[in-house]
Design a protein around this ligand. Structure first.
Ligand code: NAD
Length: 264
């Protein structure tokens, strides 16, 4: 797709946590659809590198350093994006981390960090983006949930709590934003091979007392219909579909992209 003629031509998107993994693929996919894309990440160098790749492919992109848990940094970053590209139509709140531990060993600091990145980050970026969307008559907010927005797994109490919480924020936004043209969704992937998941394999093997192969085949893929990881493209294409969808027939939804692991 030529980025200068795609269906998202004229739209401006910000993707958080887009220096790596799922966010990076979403940034590329939205750019292929014609959107101007801001890559916002703690990792400033990584964000710049993704922006440079998009520009090299003929797209419009801006890399910026942004910690989604820092209120002032989020407000300044979102304002800069809107100023640079002349508006903001699409927010993909994707930045996230994983910390696995049994509840009785989960440190309060880790718990707070998990909720801060996943939930405070989603709230702060949404709050900063909304005035631009309302001012322009609408927009789309997409939160990166997980199958763990619907199911629980051992060792992931903070992650499961945060990912469930995103459903609430998204549904509240769908109600509040409906009359002002803002739609909201949670995309819920199964396991995707990214640095976030690669780090979990040895950790879970140790905690659960099984081999790394068993973590992959039983814990991660055992309930899929085809034994396949969800791919970066599976997730990015879903986000793009939702960003392009033209009416509020689809809003407040959670879309599970998991090779049949979870069916709702
Ligand atoms: P990743 O580790 O590859 O990328 C995460 C990115 O977020 C990194 O670039 C990191 O620098 C950035 N980040 C971390 N903390 C940040 C902060 N405070 N502010 C700004 N940026 C920050 O991980 P990923 O697998 O691509 O995960 C992306 C999202 O997808 C997360 O929300 C994750 O929970 C979700 N998810 C991942 C999977 C999976 O299997 N990989 C499955 C379901 C959902």
């Amino acid at each position: 797709m030529n980025p200068t003629h795609g269906p998202l031509q004229g739209k401006v998107a910000i993707v958080t946590g887009a220096a790596s993994g799922i966010g990076r693929e979403i940034a590329h996919e939205l750019a292929r659809g014609g959107a101007a894309v801001a890559i916002a990440d703690l990792n400033a160098e990584g964000a710049q590198a993704v922006a440079a790749d998009i520009q090299a492919a003929g797209g419009r992109a801006l890399g910026l350093a942004m910690d989604v848990t820092d209120e002032a940094a989020v407000n300044a970053g979102v304002a800069r994006v809107a100023d640079h590209f002349g508006g903001l139509d699409i927010l993909v709140s994707n930045a996230g981390i994983q910390i696995v531990n049994p509840i009785e060993e989960f440190s309060y600091a880790d718990w707070k960090r998990m909720l801060a990145i996943h939930l405070d980050g989603a709230f702060l970026t949404t709050r900063a983006a909304l005035p631009h969307m309302y001012g322009a008559g609408g927009g789309t907010v997409i939160y990166m949930g997980s199958v763990h927005s619907h199911l629980a797994s051992p060792l992931k109490s903070a992650y499961v709590t945060a990912k469930h919480g995103l459903l609430g924020l998204s549904r509240a936004l769908a109600k509040e934003g409906g009359k002002r043209g803002v739609r909201s969704h949670v995309v819920c992937p199964g396991f995707v091979r990214t640095p976030l998941v690669d780090r979990q394999i040895p950790e879970q093997a140790r905690e659960l007392g099984i081999s790394e192969e068993e973590v992959v085949s039983r814990v991660m893929l055992g309930n899929t219909v085809d034994g396949e990881f969800t791919t970066l493209q599976d997730v990015a294409r879903t986000v793009r579909f939702l960003a392009e969808f033209p009416t509020a027939a689809l809003t407040g939804q959670s879309i599970v992209v998991s090779h049949g692991w979870h069916m709702q």
